[in-house]
Design a protein around this ligand. Structure first.
Ligand SMILES: Cc1ncc(COP(=O)(O)O)c(C=O)c1O
Length: 435
């Protein structure tokens, strides 16, 4: 079994195996006696896992994929094998210290001061939610009253990252999700609102659909004027902070009170691993630390336990793979890998521009490319996409941009080559599949 896993890790990095189409495999059933670990492994390896489209396949270009390094995968596997509880230093020992190093690297990348801190959580959704809970806790109005429970949260957010229902009634959206938010839009929205009723402004640094980055410096100015908490969702886009050429696009991010960056998206870490970072971690600890008699042993005032900084208690030490991969590969490799993805996206955009049957839908941002196949309807995109997936050629899905169905490519895997891009684009030259 371990040899199978080792081969798999190595093979998928060197020559990714073609994806087999889903088959209606007879999976073993749960019985009173069980079938044993060998037969279970055989079913996993041969019948179940091959039906999935691995996110690190070089032509997984839908949604936001992931391409973990071998060092990160090994550390992730070790975490399970070693049965590490990652909530407290008492239990996890130096694993917590290693995660802290990885968090510090992300804080440095954002441009935060040394006093900043954060924690790794399961995903961008929980990171955003945890930051909003912290914002609500930290946002005490000048008159000393806590914000109303229906406080607005300003900025379009993915539905699953929106605030809890009790807040939703008062949440407001500013601008269009398809275009970067400007400081003036935000200022206009806040003009009609009592800032004491605002939990937070949430800006995007790399919108999922388009890759667009909001005008963070202007937004930070407006938030400072109104005394409003600024959270920046850089779950996908934050990796591009490592690109010297793109860094200026993020100006102002270091003034956010909190930031989300997901290593499981574009920082080469296995699912699931997202980071929520706080400029003032004490506010987060005050908001999130749980109290109970049985936790007295870990709740020493001076100890900062990972459980203290987000909406969780038991947790996987999912920052360990980030640390292990940074140690193994060095930070230069991260810069190179991100640059490589940006270059592949630029190549794709150029190829699209020069193809008579294709057309860019907008000026691409970061590593997301939106484009149309001239003459195709939404149904034709859907049929082409399904055929490409079921044949194991590529995972590319349509999206809606400015009320139009278009195709979307998102590059987060440095092993995706220009030949992979060509293969996908050439498959769009033919007529749309009819079934
Ligand atoms: C900008 C942004 N924020 C938040 C999320 C949610 O992250 P997760 O899927 O890890 O919960 C995503 C996911 O694609 C994202 O791109």
């Amino acid at each position: 079994m371990l040899r199978d896993l080792a081969d798999w890790i190595a093979d998928r990095r060197t020559s990714p195996s073609p994806i087999r189409p889903p088959r209606s495999a007879q999976l073993p059933e749960v019985t009173t006696t069980g079938i044993g670990i060998n037969a279970t492994w055989a079913a996993l390896r041969d019948a179940l896992l091959p039906t999935a489209f691995p996110t690190d396949h070089p032509r997984y270009l839908a949604f936001v994929g992931g391409s973990p390094t071998p060092a990160a995968v090994i550390a992730d596997a070790a975490l399970s094998a070693a049965s590490i509880y990652g909530g407290s230093e008492l239990e996890a020992g130096d694993v917590v210290a290693a995660e802290r190093v990885a968090i510090q690297w992300l804080c440095d990348t954002v441009g935060y001061p040394d006093t900043a801190h954060g924690v790794f959580v399961s995903g961008g959704s929980l990171a955003n939610l945890s930051a909003l809970v912290t914002a609500r806790h930290g946002r005490v109005a000048p008159d000393g009253r806590a914000p109303a429970s229906s406080s607005p949260v300003v900025r379009p957010m993915p539905r699953w990252a929106q605030p809890p229902p009790s807040w939703a009634a008062g949440s407001s959206r500013v601008g269009s999700p398809d275009h970067p938010l400007r400081g003036s839009d935000l200022a206009a929205a806040l003009a009609d609102v009592d800032p004491r009723d605002v939990v937070a402004v949430v800006a995007s640094a790399g919108a999922t659909n388009t890759g667009a980055i909001d005008c963070l410096a202007d937004i930070a100015d407006v938030c400072a004027q109104h005394g409003v908490w600024l959270h920046v969702d850089a779950a996908y886009g934050g990796a591009a902070l490592l690109s010297p050429g793109r860094r200026a696009d993020f100006d102002g991010i270091d003034r956010a009170n909190s930031v989300t960056i997901d290593p499981h998206k574009w920082l080469f870490t296995p699912f699931d691993c997202a980071a929520v970072l706080y400029q003032d971690p004490l506010v987060a600890r005050a908001a999130h630390r749980q109290r109970a008699g049985y936790l007295d042993a870990v709740n020493d005032a001076d100890v900062d336990n990972p459980a203290d900084y987000a909406a969780h208690l038991s947790r996987r030490a999912r920052g360990l793979p980030v640390w292990a991969s940074l140690v193994a590969n060095g930070t230069d490799a991260y810069v190179e890998a991100v640059e490589c993805c940006l270059a592949t996206a630029e190549y794709a955009a150029k190829q699209i521009e020069s193809s008579p049957h294709l057309e860019l839908a907008n000026d691409p941002h970061l590593s997301v490319v939106l484009f149309r196949r001239r003459g195709w309807s939404a149904e034709q995109y859907a049929r082409w996409s399904e055929r490409a997936r079921s044949r194991g050629m590529a995972l590319v899905t349509p999206t809606t941009f400015a009320d139009e169905t278009v195709l979307r490519l998102c590059f987060v895997n440095p092993l995706t080559t220009t030949a992979d891009v060509d293969l996908v684009l050439e498959s769009l030259e033919c007529d749309a599949p009819t079934t």
